[in-house]
Design a protein around this ligand. Structure first.
Ligand code: PEP
Ligand code: MG
Length: 879
């Protein structure tokens, strides 16, 4: 088997085998020529995988192949590794398929020992340079290959600087560097019980092993989990001839981007340091200089670099992030890769690249990470801020928020009403419909339970309020009003900040950046609009929003939604003035008294729908009839029991009402309410509730100047008979109101139970449309409680690699996804014009959107703030 490839053999298409760096260096050698890129070879990711699988043993003939490649490299450079006259030195760098910045190990200056250092000094006529290189090598090798703490080396450097009375590393003279190298070697021996290895080939063998081993290090594992990189990829190892940026004043090292990496502005940016090696530029030990200043320092190298950046950008068709070294005036390119960039730079680059005819629209769209785009719409943590993360949860709604801790929605409302308003973060184990007022008032929401599809997540996302859920490291004690996290005890009123984009929680006061305050905001917005316009031309999927209020509907429309795909009507009954009416309705003993209570709710509902129709003029509005179990509108049973107890002792006036409430609450309470009397089951048992809602919809429709497009949706259907009955109800009310099916409204159903997927052909006979409720479908197909699992076992499942991501965040393609495909297929078999949408939280997830595109759905519906993401993701799916 071939484990080793020379740079000259590879190309950018061999990323899986050679890793990103190896493939790019090979490609760069092709594009820029062998003089610009120091020569070398790559040991494949497959070799790393074989090494890991064999319990840290190199595959059989790898050593021989490395030896042969080294021979070729020596021949090419005309130098010998570790020679005592003019030695070849190499760097040994990791390089996974996807870059994992700083997570894997690197060793530089390999090949130096007690004799070759003298050879290097003679050949370069630069003794200081030689010793500086040697001490760096001992330091890095000791750290990377033997795990000696970097601090220990840094301490020796500080000591020797203060002994010598100098400030900068570069001011240390040869004698000082020799002493330093001796001390480093002593440190190595003390730590490992072995002498520092003098045989360059042994050094190389150990360094390659160290890079392989770094793949399974804690740091790298943690990074992979967060970034969903599979463990079995392994890393390649790149062995490359060293060129030296620390050879004096006409040498240096730097990083350069083909465009500004923060704003995306079309001017190259970057940093460099004269007389330095690469790690000095990134380590922060010395303050680097702006790349524009390089023009004065080394005009030729600067001009060449600018030229190369353009060439590479053109070749790769994307913004490049490069590393370079100048050795005595000669420019070398060490690596290049597509630049990571924040949202504003991503849209700016995409727009400019098309203007400059570097890319066409489709190619430009593919350079954007859709998930990141919400950063353009919400406040975020200052990307340059350093902070201590005390715990992490599920990033449920993006953006940064900070303020005082409050534990109840009422406190949040109070704080917001003060003058000036106090910024608060609402912290709760979980939230329910009663807390919704607090969502509006709080800057952010933090819960220890729940997950991506829990109540807090849905509502926060819909409102654009940053939210972190499932922060299971937080022990929230509502009685004591404290949160315990590790050693921290956080009380009500204490400061807290949450990052809903990453799930991080901190006690540090992080500056928040508001995208609209960016001086370039208009420019960014314009670029964003342009890019979204292309996305709209290219995508096939329609994009709707989940919105329950005119306010959310307006926002959704502004962000490009083409209708409402889900209005959850239960949210309309949570308002304070409606709850008592709702309770009276639920507590009614007879159908007539229930009808009376409903009659009071009807005009309020009608108003709600008029607001929505107005906001969505000309566009479809899917209204789902009441779905949640009724107990959600009643107080908690234990609280209520205690209240009744107290009222009995004190004989208060409300005793009778409370007792009645208790009886009702007990009567309707269920062991598994999410599998209980909810959805269309309510409609079957209490048709008067649905009748009221349908009347309200139709009367609202009639009250509009321009006829709206209501789509009435029946939730949680299992049996086609359920839909048949509910449909008859709707049509009957329609006749009473003088409205006609198809012409004035349509009737459809949510498909959110596995049975419904299997019998979708039967259900389709009574449906104008299906909307997949992938939250409940995931819950019922996997048997995973959507409100619990993400704070309970899902983290362990990710750790054990059973799953990469929560199934409530991204669609479980083989399981739930298969049910969706099946239902779409058989549904359309029985009714070819059946309209198909999805309105679970997956409707805003780019990977899921790609799947829904492939599955042939007509539209996705997501929370308003995710509409732009969905537009771009839908276009990417179509490209
Ligand atoms: C769903 O189940 O996916 C859905 C959209 O409905 P809800 O989240 O309101 O249950
Ligand atoms: Mg549902």
């Amino acid at each position: 088997e071939k484990w080793v490839y020379d740079f000259a053999e590879g190309s950018k298409d061999m990323r899986d085998l050679l890793g990103g760096k190896g493939a790019n260096v090979a490609e760069m050698t092709r594009v820029l020529g062998a003089d610009r890129v120091p020569a070398g070879f790559t040991i494949t990711t497959e070799a790393c995988v074989a090494y890991m699988n064999a319990g840290q043993h190199e595959p059989e003939d790898m050593a021989d192949q490395v030896a042969e490649a080294l021979e070729r490299l020596q021949e090419h450079t005309g130098k010998l590794l570790g020679d005592d006259a003019d030695p070849l030195l190499v760097s040994v760098r990791s390089g996974a398929r996807e870059s994992m910045p700083g997570m894997l190990d690197t060793v530089l200056n390999l090949g130096l020992n007690d004799t070759s250092v003298e050879g290097l000094a003679k050949a370069t006529e630069n003794e200081r340079f030689a010793w500086d290189s040697y001490r760096r090598f001992v330091q890095m090798f000791g750290n990377v290959s033997r795990g000696i703490d970097g601090e220990a080396f840094e301490k020796e450097i500080s000591n020797i600087k203060s002994d010598a009375g100098v400030e900068e590393d570069t001011d240390l003279d040869v004698a000082a560097l020799k002493t330093l190298t001796d001390r480093f070697k002593a440190l190595y021996e003390k730590h490992t019980g072995e002498k520092f290895p003098q045989d360059p080939k042994e050094q190389l063998r150990l360094a390659i092993r160290a890079v392989f081993d770094s793949w399974t290090g804690d740091r790298a594992e943690a990074y992979r989990r967060i970034n969903h990189i599979p463990d079995d990829w392994g890393t390649a190892v790149n062995v490359q001839q060293m060129v030296f940026g620390n050879k004096g004043d006409t040498s240096g090292s730097g990083v350069a981007f083909s465009r500004d990496e923060v704003t995306g502005a079309p001017e190259p940016s970057g940093d460099f340091l004269p007389n330095a090696q690469g790690e000095d530029v990134v380590s922060g030990a010395r303050t680097p200089r702006d790349i524009r200043e390089m023009k004065e320092w080394l005009p030729d190298a600067h001009a060449q670099l600018m030229d190369i950046l353009r060439t590479l950008e053109k070749h790769y068709g994307d913004m490049q992030d490069t590393e370079f070294t100048v050795e005595e005036g000669q420019l070398y390119m060490l690596q290049t890769r597509n630049a990571k960039r924040p949202a504003q730079a991503a849209v700016r680059f995409a727009r400019d690249a098309v203007d400059e005819e570097l890319l066409d629209r489709e190619q430009a769209l593919m350079t954007i990470d859709a998930e990141m785009l919400t950063a353009l719409l919400v406040q975020t943590f200052d990307p340059n801020a350093d902070y201590e993360v005390i715990s992490k949860g599920v990033p449920a709604a993006p953006g940064g928020a900070k303020g005082e801790v409050v534990f109840t929605a009422a406190e949040a409302v109070e704080a917001a009403a003060e003058n000036p308003p106090r910024a608060v973060v609402l912290v709760r184990p979980d939230t329910n419909a009663n807390d919704v007022a607090g969502f509006h008032a709080a800057k952010g929401i933090l819960t220890s339970l729940g997950g991506k599809a829990s109540h807090a997540a849905l509502v926060a996302r819909g409102m654009g309020v940053p939210c972190v859920t499932a922060a299971s490291g937080l022990k929230i004690n509502l009685e004591e009003r404290v949160i315990r996290v590790g050693d921290h005890v956080i009380k009500a009123g204490d400061f807290i900040a949450i990052n809903g984009t990453t799930g991080e929680i901190t006690l540090d006061d992080i500056p928040l950046v508001d995208p609209t305050e960016d001086p370039a905001f208009d420019e960014i917005l314009e670029a964003f609009e342009t890019v979204l316009g292309w996305a709209d031309d290219i995508r096939r999927l329609g994009i709707r929003a989940n919105a329950d209020t005119p306010h959310d509907a307006d926002k959704a429309r502004e962000l490009g939604a083409e209708g409402i795909g889900l209005c959850r009507t239960e949210h309309m009954f949570m308002a304070e003035d409606r709850q008592p009416k709702m309770r009276t309705m639920i507590m009614a003993d007879t159908r007539d008294s229930r009808r009376d209570a409903l009659a009071e709710l009807l005009p309020l509902q009608q108003e709600d729908f008029e607001g929505l129709f107005e906001a969505m003029k000309g566009l479809p509005v899917t209204i789902r009839l009441l779905d949640p179990p009724l107990h959600e509108f009643l107080p908690d049973l234990p609280d209520l029991a205690a209240q009744v107890e107290r009222a009995r002792i004190e004989l208060t006036d409300d005793l009778e009402t409370l007792e009645k409430l208790l009886v009702t609450t007990e009567r309707i309470s269920e062991e598994n309410p999410m599998l209980g009397t909810r959805g269309c089951r309510l409609g079957i048992l209490y048709p008067e509730i649905y009748e009221m809602q349908v009347h309200a919809i139709f009367r609202a429709a009639k009250a509009m100047d321009e006829p709206p497009h209501p789509e009435i949706m029946i939730p949680l259907v299992d049996y086609e008979q359920e839909l048949e009955i509910m449909r008859e109800l709707v049509v009957r009310i329609g006749e009473e109101e003088g409205l006609h099916e198809v012409e004035d409204y349509t009737v459809g159903t949510m498909i959110e139970l596995p049975r419904a997927c299997f019998v979708a052909d039967r259900i389709a006979k009574f449906a104008d449309f299906f909307s997949f409720g992938t939250n409940d479908l995931t819950q019922t197909a996997l048997g995973f409680s959507r409100d619990d699992v993400e704070s309970k076992f899902v983290p362990a499942y990710m750790e054990r690699k059973i799953i990469d991501r929560s199934p409530f965040e991204t669609i479980d393609k083989p399981g739930v996804g298969w049910l969706v495909r099946l239902a779409a297929w058989v549904g359309r078999e029985s009714r070819p014009d059946l309209k198909l949408g999805i309105c679970g939280e997956h409707g805003g997830d780019p990977d899921s959107i790609e799947f829904f595109h492939m599955a042939g759905l007509d539209y996705v519906s997501c929370s308003p703030f995710r509409v732009p993401i969905a537009r771009v993701a839908a276009a990417q799916a179509a490209i």
